[in-house]
Ligand binder design. Structure first.
Ligand code: AMP
Length: 510
């Protein structure tokens, strides 16, 4: 048996070992041969620390090329890689480590002392460090290890990664992703999006999440292209590097921030062949203005931690606004009745379900939750609400948990948001349900006006009244400067619901 995903990476780089794999804005570059040697050293170092095949390697580190080597080294050593957002506190780490019980934890040197007791409680065997500039005890250790390593055999069904879901609602759960999940999805994406060794990917996403780590890095590795590796998203730097790139993957906020930058132009983006967006809905306004300023139609795709990428707008065909495109090759998508699982007819709204080699193996040490989230025929219930139109394009209408039931009627927030976003002077909106004594839940719109524009509640409500059924109309419109987002640009509706929860609650008389 071979190491399933790393064997594919090796095959893709064969004959191209001397080509550049990664380059930083500071001009440091690494060849594919260097990547192979360095990841071998990391794999040896991890094995030397007592890591056994199937053991977990948790990494709460800043984004750096060395952090990527740690990921690849962990895979080659047969580990299950567990990346953690550097923003998590020690209390949050306590939960993740206690649940995952990693053999090794790698953290930033500045956090070592604070995390030592947390790691000890979780039975972590080695606590190692790696800083943003690639220094620390783990790189020191790997420098003493040989540049070749006999990869630990792993099959398609063996675990490669444990990714905790972003947890905008409820407690975060560990999604078990196999070598087969990651490799099959990267192969599909590389071919669907036409990646080749000539591609240069502008990489500004975090690498603790499926988007920046698997969608971006694995796809690029299986195509043999080059990565322009930014430590974090910075619109000015992104635009300065863009003439050297061919593709970019981003969350919608990348595009809206780039649109605010004076340097964004047709000339700057002339060399680009593809802009991809995902992780959160791309606003129509962003899509349209991007096209006007650059001549490029952003390709929107849809995926999630548990299922990798599920659908994508086509490369050649119509990239349809407001949709996330068609199911990717080899992946089945259907819409079902949330409670019964009965498959729903075309054009009707229900929960999106998915099946294919991309779908994860289940939640870590949580067979009950896993059983709840799968249908008996193997389809995974995504929890996203949507519909499929007559041409097979998938439309997302919100999360099942965000569905508002007002006076017994179902209100899909996305439908109301789309109408509000189309109003002049609106930058974006988030529609939520708030407890209401009469209706159960009341529809409430939280609206961000375009800077400098002042909108009034009555005129928003009057315009919507002409376009939406009465039960869908917001009972109240709240204007804010900004809506809260998580690290991947997703609007945190749970925080909005919390902030405004008492809006309709009758106050007790004093
Ligand atoms: P995560 O597991 O953090 O990647 O979050 C996955 C969730 O992000 C999905 O279940 C969707 O709710 C949302 N999502 C991802 N891509 C899109 C998209 N293009 N449009 C709307 N929502 C999206």
């Amino acid at each position: 048996m071979i190491n399933h995903i790393f064997k594919k990476i090796r095959d893709a780089m064969r004959g191209r070992e001397s080509r550049t794999f990664l380059e930083t804005p500071a001009g440091v570059s690494w060849t594919y041969a260097a990547m192979e040697a360095l990841s071998a050293r990391y794999a040896s170092a991890l094995a030397g620390l007592g890591l056994k095949p199937g053991g977990r390697v948790a990494a709460q580190v800043e984004k750096s090329p060395e952090a990527l080597m740690l990921y690849l080294g962990a895979i080659r050593a047969g580990a299950v890689f567990l990346p953690l957002n550097p923003a998590y506190t020690s209390t949050e780490l306590d939960y993740f480590l206690g649940d995952a019980e990693p053999t090794i934890l790698v953290c930033d040197p500045s956090r070592r002392d604070g995390l030592a007791p947390v790691a000890a409680r979780a039975g972590v065997r080695s606590l190692e460090t790696l800083s943003a500039d690639g220094q620390g005890s783990l790189p020191d250790r790997s420098a003493t290890c040989p540049p070749d390593f006999s990869d630990v055999p792993r099959g398609p069904d063996d675990l490669a990664a444990l990714l905790y879901t972003s947890g905008t609602t409820g407690r975060s759960k560990g999604a078990m992703l196999t070598h087969g999940n990651l490799a099959s999805n990267a192969e599909v994406l590389a071919s669907f999006w036409r990646f080749s060794p000539d591609d240069v990917l502008l990489h500004a996403l975090p690498i603790f999440h499926t988007h920046g780590l698997f969608v971006a890095i694995n796809t690029l590795l299986l195509s043999g292209g080059k990565i322009l590796f930014m430590a974090k998203f910075d619109p000015g730097l992104c635009l300065a590097l863009m003439p050297r790139a061919t593709t970019m993957m981003g969350v919608p906020t990348f595009y809206s921030r780039l649109l605010q930058h004076k340097d964004l132009s047709r000339e700057r983006t002339a060399h680009m062949r593809l802009f991809i967006s995902g992780s959160a809905p791309l606003l129509e306004e962003t899509r349209r203005t991007w096209f006007e300023r650059t001549g490029h139609a952003i390709l929107e795709r849809y995926g999630m931690t548990e299922a990798n990428m599920i659908t994508s707008n086509p490369y050649d065909g119509e990239r349809r606004a407001g949709t996330v495109g068609l199911p990717l090759p080899g992946i089945a998508v259907r819409i079902a009745e949330p409670d019964t699982g009965a498959v729903i007819a075309e054009g009707k709204t229900g929960v999106i379900e998915v099946n294919g080699p991309n779908v994860f193996k289940g939640y870590w040490r949580n067979p009950e939750k896993t059983a709840q989230e799968f249908r008996s025929d193997g389809f995974f219930i995504t929890g996203d609400l949507g519909k499929i139109d007559s041409e097979g394009y998938v439309h997302i209408l919100g999360r099942a948990k965000d569905l508002i039931i007002s006076g017994g009627f179902n209100v899909y927030p996305k439908e109301v948001e789309t109408e509000i976003d189309a109003l002049a002077g609106v930058a974006e909106s988030a529609v939520i349900g708030l407890p209401h004594s009469d209706f159960g839940e009341a529809v409430v719109a939280v609206v961000v006006p375009v800077p400098g524009v002042s909108l009034d509640e009555q005129s928003v409500q009057d315009t919507l009244a002409k376009r939406l059924a009465k039960f869908k109309l917001p009972k109240c419109v709240i204007f804010v400067d900004d809506v809260p987002r998580n690290a991947m640009g997703k609007v945190q509706k749970n925080l909005l619901r919390e902030t405004f929860k008492d809006l309709f609650v009758a106050r007790a008389p004093v």
